[in-house]
Every structure is written in C-alpha cells, then in structure tokens.
Design a protein around this ligand. Structure first.
Ligand code: CP3
Length: 347
C-alpha cells in the first residue's frame, strides 16, 4: 500500500485528508426504516432492552453495514443512557419518545451518581463496542457517541423532549447555580463515558448537541462551546489519536469557528446551512460532515441524485464525510439509501 492509502477512509477524512469519493455513513443508520432492525427490536422486546443487550445492539449496528457497506458503524445506543446511568428513571413511550424523572433542584442533583459510578450500568454498551471491534469489516471505522451536556440536560430537566427547551431555559434563568452544576455533572460523566467507549474499541467519537441551535449569544458560548471544549480537551489528554466529531445542530453562523474554539476534528452540519457557505466558512478549519436533507431518503428520485452530487462537488476541495443533516426517518425507503451510496461512489 502506498503512503496515503493506508487506514480506514473515515479516519483519513477526519484527519483532514480530502478523499474522492468521500467516506459515507448516516445518522440513525440502524433504525426503523430497515425491516431487519424492526425484527431485532421485536426480538429484544423494547428499545431500551435492545440498547442493553450487547449481542442484539451489535447486530443492529451491523445491519446497515451489511446492506450498504458504509465507511463507519455507529454504536447502537442512545444519548439518554447516560442520565439513566446517573440514576435518572428512563423509559420510552411508544410513539411518543423518551420519558425521564426530572432533575431540577440541588437535592435532585445530589442524588445523581458521580462520574466514576456510571460504568456498571453502562457495561453492556462497552461490551457492544468490544463485539463490534471484532466483527466489523477491516475497512469500517467504529464510532462511539454521547449527547452534549446542554442537550442531555434539556431532557433531564424537562423529563421529555420539548419543542423549545422551555423548562431548561426556565431553570437557567431561575436557578443558574443548579443549572450550571447539572451541566458540570453531565460534562464530567460524559468524559468518563466516552473514555471507556474508546478503551472498548471506538475509533472516533461524536458529540450530539441536537438543541444547540436554541442557545443564543453568550449562552451558546457557555453551554455549547465550553462544555464541548472541556470534553474534547480531556479526551485528547487521554486519547490524543482519537478524532472527535462535534454536531452543534442548528448552530447556523456559529458553525464557523466551532472547530477552532472546541478542538473538534470535524464539525457535522445540519441541512439548514448551504453547502457553499459551509465550504467557505467551516471547512477551512478542517473536516466537515453532512449535509443532505433527510427528506431525500423518503422522496428519492433525480432530486436525491442531484443533491448528492452537488454536495460531493461543493466539498471536494477539503476533507468531507458524507452524511445527512439529521437522522434518517422511519418513513425512509431503503432503496433511496442505496441510490445515495451508489451516487457518491460511482458519480
Ligand atoms: O445514529 C445511530 O444510528 C446510533 C444510535 C442513536 C440513537 N439515538 C438510536 C435511537 C443515536 C446516536 C441517538 C442519538 C439521540 N437520541 C439524540 C441525538 C441525535 C438527534 O437525533 O438529534 C437524541 C436527541 C436522542 C433521544 C431520543 N432517542 C429520542 C428523542 C428518541 C425518540 C424519537 C424517535 O425517533 O423515536 C429516541 C429513540 C431512538 N434512539 C430510536 C433509535 C433508533 C428509535 C427507537 C425505536 O426503535 O423505536
């Protein structure tokens, strides 16, 4: 092998190498749009049992790799397993989404476990990674992940998903000390969690800040930038060779400079920003990931082909990991995913 042709393509892109074609994977690539996922989920009984049964979680992680040959597999788990391990009650209401016991007071905070005490509950997640490290094809990279502290805190405070993160903003304004202490507790636990994921075999990790776009002005710096910088710095001290992908979804203009400010190796962008702008303002700092609108996985056709080509073309002068702007939805057609991959790889 010639120098420059070594190593997994995802990891080469994350290290800053422009690749033609770009490596590709999809957020939520193991999910309900795949019949084989629905079958394994039925076997597990419910979503949380699926997450906590290593053989089945590894199986659903591998399903989209077998079908599409993606360049990366992402651990099958959920960002809410971390609050669960901190002591929060967690369950999923069918058709409605997650429910958690809430943490909004100093007493509630004091009841949470410390960062060193989460690993027993999370042991199945680490076992899933160990299985995957053995089972994946040699060219496929393994990605671990966690939610970013702000996004995780919004669920811990509200006890559910909210359209506007209202309860979190209310706590932020009414009792900032408690809010800040919660962010710190989640930050420390996230460092411990991601370190263990890396030790179990994750070759890159991703921080999902799904609600970063709700933070404005100085709050964006305090609650999106700063915790990401702290987590990335701590991970780099322990595992300097492991790249970090940051996804401050909805950050808009704040995507520019995010990699520099946090030390992230790659910034994942949603589909609300134009590829042209991202190439000029974000990709100048390193690898970017994104940004095909997930709706194309439902609608398909020539529009999917043209958008895919346009994104590949716009990012071709720098490092790029092809991905969607957000997770693939349950109503997506698996054939459209195949068409996207075929278009990326064969033009
Ligand atoms: O990307 C992957 O394939 C890896 C696995 C993964 C899941 N969730 C599996 C999942 C990842 C990385 C996540 C992240 C996650 N979870 C986020 C951040 C990313 C984003 O989408 O913004 C958030 C906010 C959550 C919390 C969460 N989990 C919600 C709000 C829901 C319900 C919504 C829904 O789609 O049903 C989940 C459930 C969930 N997590 C599913 C999957 C495959 C669906 C569960 C099912 O099978 O019914």
């Amino acid at each position: 092998m010639k120098r420059g042709e070594q190593g997994k393509r995802l990891l080469r892109a994350l290290a800053g190498e422009p690749l033609q074609p770009p490596p590709v994977w999809m957020m939520r690539q193991a999910g309900r749009y795949l019949p084989e996922y629905r079958a394994t989920r039925a076997e597990a009984g419910d979503f949380l049992s699926l997450c906590y049964t290593p053989e089945l979680a590894a199986e659903v992680t591998l399903q989209p790799i077998r079908r599409y040959g993606f360049d990366a597999a992402i651990l099958f788990a959920d960002i809410l397993l971390l609050p669960h391990a901190l002591g929060t009650d967690l369950w999923f209401e069918t058709g409605e989404g997650p429910r958690l016991s809430t943490t909004t007071t100093p007493e509630g905070l004091a009841r949470l476990k410390g960062a060193d005490d989460i690993h027993e509950q999370l042991a199945p997640v680490y076992e899933t990674l160990r299985i995957l490290a053995r089972a994946l094809p040699r060219e496929t990279a393994l990605i671990g992940f966690a939610g970013a502290p702000w996004t995780v805190a919004t669920y811990m405070i509200a006890g559910r998903g909210t359209p506007d993160q209202g309860p979190a903003f209310r706590l932020m304004s009414e009792d900032r000390a408690t809010f800040d202490a919660l962010i710190d507790a989640v930050t420390e636990a996230t460092i411990a969690y991601l370190s263990r994921q890396i030790e179990a075999g994750a070759e890159a990790v991703k921080l999902f800040d799904s609600w970063a776009g709700a933070l404005e002005g100085a709050d964006f710096d305090t609650y999106a930038l700063k915790p990401a910088r702290k987590i990335i710095a701590a991970l780099k001290r322990r595992h300097p060779e492991v790249p970090v992908i940051a996804f401050p979804r909805g950050a808009g203009p704040r995507y520019a400079g995010f990699a520099r400010a946090t030390g992230a190796d790659c910034v994942a962008v949603d589909n609300s920003v134009s590829a042209r702008w991202v190439a000029e303002k974000v990709q100048v700092d390193g690898c970017i990931q994104g940004n095909l609108d997930p709706r194309h996985m439902v609608s398909g056709g020539q529009a999917l082909v043209e958008e895919t080509r346009r994104i590949v073309e716009t990012f071709r002068n720098g490092a790029h990991v092809f991905n969607l702007g957000h997770g693939i939805t349950p109503d997506a057609d698996p054939d459209n995913v195949a068409l996207m991959v075929e278009t990326i790889r064969n033009g």
